[in-house]
Design a protein around this ligand. Sequence first.
Ligand SMILES: *[C@@H]1O[C@H](CO)[C@@H](O)[C@H](O)[C@H]1NC(C)=O
Ligand SMILES: *[C@@H]1O[C@H](CO)[C@@H](O)[C@H](O)[C@H]1NC(C)=O
Ligand SMILES: *[C@@H]1O[C@H](CO)[C@@H](O)[C@H](O)[C@H]1NC(C)=O
Ligand SMILES: *[C@@H]1O[C@H](CO)[C@@H](O)[C@H](O)[C@H]1NC(C)=O
Ligand SMILES: *[C@@H]1O[C@H](CO)[C@@H](O)[C@H](O)[C@H]1NC(C)=O
Ligand SMILES: *[C@@H]1O[C@H](CO)[C@@H](O)[C@H](O)[C@H]1NC(C)=O
Length: 291
Amino acid sequence: MATLKEKRTCGQRCEDFGRFVWNSDNGTFMGRTPEKWVYISLYYVAFYVVMTALFSLAIYVLMYTLNPYAPDYQDRLKSPGVMVWPDTYGEEVIEITYNTSNKASWMKMSNILHKFLGPYNDTKQSECNYYNCTKGKYFIQKTFSAPHHTKWACPFKQSMLGPCSGLEDPTFGYNCTMPCVVIKMNRIIDFLPSNSTNLPPYVNCTILEGHDNVAKIEYFPDNGIMDLSYFPYYGILAQPTYVNPLVAVRFSLVGERQAKIQCRVVSKKISYENFHDPYEGKVIFYLKALK
Ligand SMILES: *[C@@H]1O[C@H](CO)[C@@H](O)[C@H](O)[C@H]1NC(C)=O
Ligand SMILES: *[C@@H]1O[C@H](CO)[C@@H](O)[C@H](O)[C@H]1NC(C)=O
Ligand SMILES: *[C@@H]1O[C@H](CO)[C@@H](O)[C@H](O)[C@H]1NC(C)=O
Ligand SMILES: *[C@@H]1O[C@H](CO)[C@@H](O)[C@H](O)[C@H]1NC(C)=O
Ligand SMILES: *[C@@H]1O[C@H](CO)[C@@H](O)[C@H](O)[C@H]1NC(C)=O
Ligand SMILES: *[C@@H]1O[C@H](CO)[C@@H](O)[C@H](O)[C@H]1NC(C)=O
């Protein structure tokens, strides 16, 4: 069939194309009259105006219904996870191992704790969280009455960790056999650890292995309590100065100076037996003081 087609030279093709772009015979430009081109342009202008309007409306409605202070989807996290510092990880398990007679070894641990407690510096806390919170009660805030349209956050000062604050003993007990660890519970927006008003969550550490190697367990603040005034948390935009309450635990190691320890944050609403999340409500770690 191709042979029936008239062979055309390149020059002829160019001429055809030229005629297509501007055909002086019937006054068309690219196959259409200028008048038609105006209509086509108007059509597209109108089309994009309508599209832009629709798009803007959709974005506006979405923004209007979003709460800027809380993520929309957080139903996956119902019960908070628990972490321990110094956060030194071995293979899969947390191993807090240090050598009492090696300064570099225990300095590593105390440096981690000093760094972690940086935001809890007493001076810093009294500057940015100066609201007088009422202890023992949930700090429910319906309005944004703190500066810059935010909510108040209660101060948690390093000194509240007493002998484990790093203030009296900058080694946190790592130069001997009384190491301190710090327990922190993850924040969950709007989470209340219990629904009856006066039972705060507290940390309870138990020895899983090596009972004979731990002579004493001490909690700071007293009884390992996380005060209710730190709950609920309203989110980083609503409470930019919020700091998690902490509990420090001091272990007096004796004998073989090693133990497997579980620290649980005990509260009605905090579960700790989630097979899929071993850090939910508790943390398990190995503590070992070499010499
Ligand atoms: C602990 O540190 C001392 C001094 O650096 C060293 O002699 C000793 O072997 C270390 N112990 C262990 C178990 O590594
Ligand atoms: C806390 O901060 C103040 C002022 O920034 C500083 O002088 C002080 O050394 C800090 N304290 C600790 C324990 O880091
Ligand atoms: C908090 O209480 C202290 C002493 O009880 C007082 O000096 C301070 O002004 C109070 N601060 C606020 C913000 O009410
Ligand atoms: C550990 O450090 C503290 C504070 O610096 C000190 O009082 C204590 O004597 C030290 N302990 C040992 C065993 O070096
Ligand atoms: C606390 O919650 C439980 C179930 O979650 C409910 O049965 C109980 O009535 C609540 N108590 C109060 C004081 O709200
Ligand atoms: C801490 O946990 C242990 C083991 O579950 C339990 O026997 C003990 O009573 C608990 N202590 C407190 C203060 O809840």
